[in-house]
Ligand binder design. Structure first.
Ligand code: ADP
Length: 255
């Protein structure tokens, strides 16, 4: 953006010079574009289940067959659940992005939380005959973070590991520590991710296989939330994957 200002003399009679102000607004413009792209994506994502709910609810009025009615009601229920998940994820993201939002930072016992998450995710894993292993190299590891958001981050990673792994697969959580860092790896032997997708994986609504993610109930926001939480905890996240062999997400956090 360029602004030209004419400078007059004190008596305002003669022009004594011109001032040119050049302001780089690339970043501002980029943020503005990102915001409007996000709003467009959100609207689209919200509309899809809503359209489906509306369509099935309307048709339901004219359906007499009890089995078909039940099928339609199931679809309405599944779509309503997707809508709820989507809204919850959008709210979590906006909380994480809002600097005014009071995150509750405290000392967190990593092993205790990992055991809890493993327990929470057990029914989902069992429904696919997947075993979750927790390998800890050490006891009493603490990090500094918001308990709910830290748990949400681990749930998202485990949920993905289970979702994108075939029946009978394995999911492993490994906890390691170095002098001043904690490393949490979530490893699966699932479908894997093609290399060209890895750089964009943490973007909002980015999915490798849209249809697969949708059919598994994904919102496309899970990893964006994970990335935000890791950043807030001043850590980093790396991903390694091989198609057909599996994926590893590795989080490094300051102790
Ligand atoms: P979604 O709700 O679609 O799972 P995420 O943000 O959690 O959204 O993940 C983005 C995409 O990354 C997914 O759609 C999927 O294609 C891919 N992905 C994430 N985790 C894994 C994994 N463990 N194995 C294979 N693909 C994964």
């Amino acid at each position: 953006k360029i602004k030209i200002i004419k400078i007059n003399s004190e008596k305002n009679t003669e022009n004594v010079g011109t001032l040119m102000v050049i302001q780089d607004i690339t970043k501002m413009k980029m943020l503005e574009n990102m915001r409007s792209e996000f709003v467009a994506n959100v609207s689209h994502e919200l509309k899809t289940p809503l359209t489906s709910i509306k369509g099935f609810a309307e048709t339901l009025k004219d359906v007499e067959d009890e089995n078909i009615r039940k099928k339609f009601l199931d679809i309405i229920n599944i779509e309503a659940e997707r809508l709820t998940r989507l809204i919850n994820d959008i709210l979590t993201l906006s909380e994480l992005e809002n600097k005014e939002y009071a995150l509750n930072f405290e000392k967190l016992n990593v092993i205790e939380i990992l055991e809890e998450i493993k327990y929470i995710m057990k029914p989902l894993a069992e429904s696919k005959n997947i075993e979750i292993y927790l390998e800890k190299e050490c006891e009493d590891i603490y990090v500094h973070g918001d308990r709910d958001k830290f748990k949400q981050m681990l749930i998202n990673l485990l949920d993905n590991a289970i979702k994108y792994t075939n029946e009978g697969g394995k999911v492993k959580i490994i906890l390691e520590k170095s002098t001043n860092e904690v490393i949490i790896s979530v490893i699966d032997n699932g479908i894997g991710i093609p290399k060209e997708h890895l750089p964009r994986l943490f973007e909002r609504f980015y999915r490798v296989d849209k249809a697969r993610s949708r059919s598994l109930g994904g919102t496309g926001l899970g990893l964006a939330i994970v990335k935000h939480v890791v950043n807030l905890m001043q850590g980093k996240i790396d991903v390694e994957s091989k198609v057909g062999e599996g994926t590893t997400f590795k989080i490094t956090l300051p102790m």
